[in-house]
Design a protein around this ligand. Sequence first.
Ligand SMILES: [Mg+2]
Length: 353
Amino acid sequence: MRKIIHIDMDAFYASVEQNDDPDLRGKPVAVGGHKEGGVVAAASYEARKFGVKSALSSRIAARLCPQLIFVKPRFDRYKEISSEIRAIFHEYTDLIEPLSLDEAYLDITHPKIGLKSATLIAIDIKKKIKDKTGLIASAGISFNKFLAKIASDIEKPNGLYVVLPENAAVFIEKLPIKKFHGIGRVTAEKMKHAGIFTGKDLKAKTLDDLCLRYGKQGNYYYHVARGIDHRPILPTRKRKSISAENTFSHHLMTLADILSHLKPITEEVFRRYQLQSAQGRTISLKIKYGNFKQITRSKSQKEVILNLSEIQVLIRSLLNEDLLHEAGIRLLGIGISNLQFKKVVDPQMSIEF
Ligand SMILES: [Mg+2]
């Protein structure tokens, strides 16, 4: 039996904008489009009350909600936060399948840390996301992707919902067909005409009948109606670096200032490094200035990094007066790259083979 968590950020783009700009908080916000045209990419919960939602034409959105504030999307910022969230996932597992910037499946059957309960891990992840980014996530927990994905939507926003194996059959039977992930609006409409309104109705159909009506998908429908979904978590790519960074409310002006603020970042990156099944040889130092200019300096050693003091030595060798700027430093980050991945033996595999 697998343990799968589906994490889905609540109104992601809109929440990032509200989080970064206090003036937008508590107000109806649409990311993307403008009063005269375009399309809404994301809507804040305040805007959703008026019927504003993603993919809606901005002109209609502005009519539905005259006080709607249109904000330009900042995808670089969303990506930046998305990778911070991903770094949190990696503390628990490397089996992560991102579906978009704000959604991912995690297989935590064998978590990296001691916590065994999937629910406790999901609570932990939600809290860390809130602490690190200020944003709210919903989590769905179950024994396959199909159920975890549906579960994350049940108590949105700030949801946490578990579908246990013993409750799965009843949960699916009661589920309206439009809530089934993988059944689009058109198919749901077709199913209604065929008398299929809930999971129970779907389950009553034979495999032959479903394949005849819905082709290849019929097989998927037949199985998910029974809570069967063996699709594995597909990690898209291996990570290229492990990093940690911090933004400061007051700008740093001196080397001594940099040094003292680098200490906790160094410790954090080393903590994350120890949780990874990878070892690296290169340290990079990222600096963002008050004028938003950014530089990166890096240094490698011959052997892989094994302890905190090696990171400190490499970082110190990169620090000099040239790094200072009259605009001050607003962000410092440390990354470990040139990663080699250790072979991980799956305990499940070693039993079976
Ligand atoms: Mg989302």
